[in-house]
Structures are given as C-alpha cells and as structure tokens.
Design a protein around this ligand. Structure first.
Ligand code: PMV
Length: 363
C-alpha cells in the first residue's frame, strides 16, 4: 500500500472528534510497456507504475453532516465538482459520485460506518488523455483518501465505477497499476472472473522517456475503434492479438533478465502491431524514429494511441536526456521516468549468480 497505515474508520472517527490530520491517498501514473488494447480481449499486459501520479487529501474536519454535498477540487485544473450530479453532469462529478457510492456500499456491507460528507482536495501530475492513466490515478488517490483502510482489491473495484464514466469498458489495468506500482502482469478476468495482477520483479532499474505527441486521445473512442476493426476483420485482428500475446510472454522474460536490447526490440514490434490497428499517428511515428536516432533501444505508443504518449527505453539517464532533448528540438514535451528495481532476497541473488556461472561454463 502506498498510503501509510491508518486505523479503521479514521474518516468517520475524525468527523466525530474533529481532531485527525487530513488523510492523504497517493497513486502512480502507469505506462503500458506491452499489450494495450489486446488486454481488453483477455491478453495479459505488462505495465509499470511510474514515479509520477496523483494525490488526494480528505479534509475530515469539513465532514459536518448528511445534508451537505461532498466536494472534489482538482488543483492545477482548478475544477470543483459535487457528488449530487445527475446523469447529465460533468464526467468528473459523476465519477466522484460513483466512487463515493461504491465506497459507502462496501462499508455498509462489511458493517462499517459509511463515510459522511467529504471535502477532497486532489492533484494529478500527469497529462490527461495522455495514456498514462491520469483518471485512474486520480480515482485511486481519491478512493484511498476517502477510505484509507480499504484493501488494494477493494480500491481497484471502487475505481472501476469511476473509470467506467470515462472509459466505457475499461480493462482495469490503469487502476491496478495506479494502486500497485512496480512492474505488473495484468490479465483481465473473463465474465464474472476477477482480473489477476502478478508482480514482475525488476532486478535493475528501468530508465524510460515519456514524450507527449501533443494530441489528446480518447481511450473510449480508441477502444471502440479497435472493436469495430475486430467486428469487420475478426481473424486478422485475432492474429494481431495472438502476436501481441507472444510478445508479452517474451517481454516478461526479458524484463526479469534485464535484457534491455531484447525489451527494446519487442517494444518496436509491439508498435508495429499497434500501427496495424490504426492506433499510431504521424507524430507518434516521428517520435519513435527520433528516439531511436537519439539512442533509444526501442519505442512505442503507450495506452490508447491515436495521440497521447510515446514510451522509449534507454540504457541510462544520460541517454534519456539525449532523447528528451531530441524530442524537445522537434517540439515534443517529455520527461524521464524510472522504475526502481525491487530489493531481492540475498539467496535469490546468489542463486542467479550461480545459474550464470553454470551457464557460462556450459559448452
Ligand atoms: O490510455 P489509457 O491510459 O487510458 O490506457 C488505455 C489502455 C487500453 O488497453 C487501450 C484500454 C484498457 O482499458 O485497457
């Protein structure tokens, strides 16, 4: 969990006493390295939580009674929404309403005091419509701040209600990564089956460059466009998804082995397959080519495509700076992101070394 451990029902308790500090929830932005779109149809996807994301803070002292409306203010966008929105209300208001309703429903079902009126202050440090899971990160941060003792699974389920407002038929990968961070293999559950999320351990830090194409993209319309292609040409689309599935399996091995060249090649192949689904744009193509010229090992669109962001893999921070400078010279904004290696058990490191020694000694 990203949020520091807090006692149960802290919001309700604080509303009664008016003494607790504001409760803060945080969440990661996500970068899909492999498998976007195919993930909607059950292919696993590999994604990482980056060191940029969103936070939300609940002013528990402002929770004064049932007759008052709850309010969410998103700093930076300077947008304020209320939870009494109707179906024609702005999407953010409906998402806020739905995540609060899902939270209260869960709390009642488990015999807890449902959260009262809340005043939430939030901020997202991610470009909206950029394919970095901005809406899910904001949703996770809000859901966490409102109910800090909820499990990661409950938070993800509640944020599904929030994400449906923006994305129609979300796979759930954004919310899962926003919540978990690190590198994960996400598989959407079929029918009523729950989705699964498996941690993929990084042995060394990954250095990424994220660049914005300058065009906002709508996940909902890009997912719908792939659905239309799939309806018209089911066999070819299935072949593309199968090829992406193979890439994902190989990429997982390459990530675990920290084989950067292989990861780079697989990123390029995934970009080619996504272009075949008409998800690339001339700007995305240009950014991938520029990243390569500046020393990137591989590059592709990330997220919905049709605009949004490009992710490039680099050896180290210095090469990353070259890619960012090359993008900037062409008018594309970007930033460096790292995904930190996870601490390994000493026995695991020794075992790996042992395997390498045996492999090096074998004929
Ligand atoms: O662009 P984003 O961050 O919303 O990512 C969309 C990822 C898709 O696979 C295209 C859709 C989904 O729900 O998984």
């Amino acid at each position: 969990m990203l949020v520091s451990a807090l006692p149960n029902d802290v919001t309700a308790a604080a509303a009664e006493t008016g003494t607790a500090d504001p409760v803060r929830g945080t969440a990661h932005g996500k970068v899909i390295l492999f498998g976007e779109h195919a993930v909607v149809y059950g292919v696993p996807a590999l994604a990482v939580g980056i060191d940029r994301g969103a936070w939300a803070q609940v002013d528990v002292r402002a929770a004064t009674g049932a007759d008052e409306v709850s309010v969410l203010h998103v700093r930076g966008w300077d947008v304020t929404v209320r939870d009494d929105a109707g179906e024609d209300g702005p999407p953010l208001a409906r998402a806020f309403r739905d995540v609060l309703a899902a939270t209260r429903k869960d709390q009642r079902a488990t015999g807890r005091v449902p959260v009262g009126t809340v005043h939430v202050e939030a901020e997202a440090d991610l470009p909206p419509g950029g394919g970095l899971g901005c809406s899910a990160a904001l949703g996770v941060a809000v859901a966490r701040a409102v109910d800090p003792s909820a499990s990661a699974e409950s938070i993800a389920a509640r944020v599904d209600a929030w994400e449906r407002v923006f994305h129609g038929n979300p796979s759930g990968i954004d919310a899962a990564v926003a919540s978990a961070g690190g590198c994960v293999l996400f598989t959407r559950g079929k029918g009523d089956e729950p989705s699964t999320i498996e941690r993929v351990r990084l042995s060394e830090t990954l250095h990424l460059c994220i660049g914005h194409s300058g065009q906002a993209s709508s996940t909902k319309s890009m997912v719908e466009s792939v659905a239309r292609i799939r309806e018209r040409r089911p066999e070819i689309t299935q072949k593309t998804f199968d090829a992406i599935h193979t890439l994902v399996k190989n990429a997982r091995l390459a990530i675990v082995d920290h084989d950067l060249r292989a990861i780079g090649q697989l990123l390029d192949l995934n970009q080619m397959l996504l272009s075949g689904l008409f998800l690339s744009t001339p700007e995305i193509k240009q950014m991938c080519a520029t990243a390569h010229t500046a020393g990137a090992l591989g590059a592709k669109l990330t997220g919905a495509g049709g605009g949004g962001c490009v992710v490039a893999l680099v050896f180290d921070a210095a090469r990353g700076a070259n890619v960012l400078a090359a993008w900037k010279a062409e008018g594309f904004d970007g930033f460096a992101a790292t995904v930190k290696a996870e601490v390994q058990d000493v026995r695991e490191i020794l075992q790996k070394l042992h395997e390498r020694v045996i492999a090096a000694g074998s004929p």
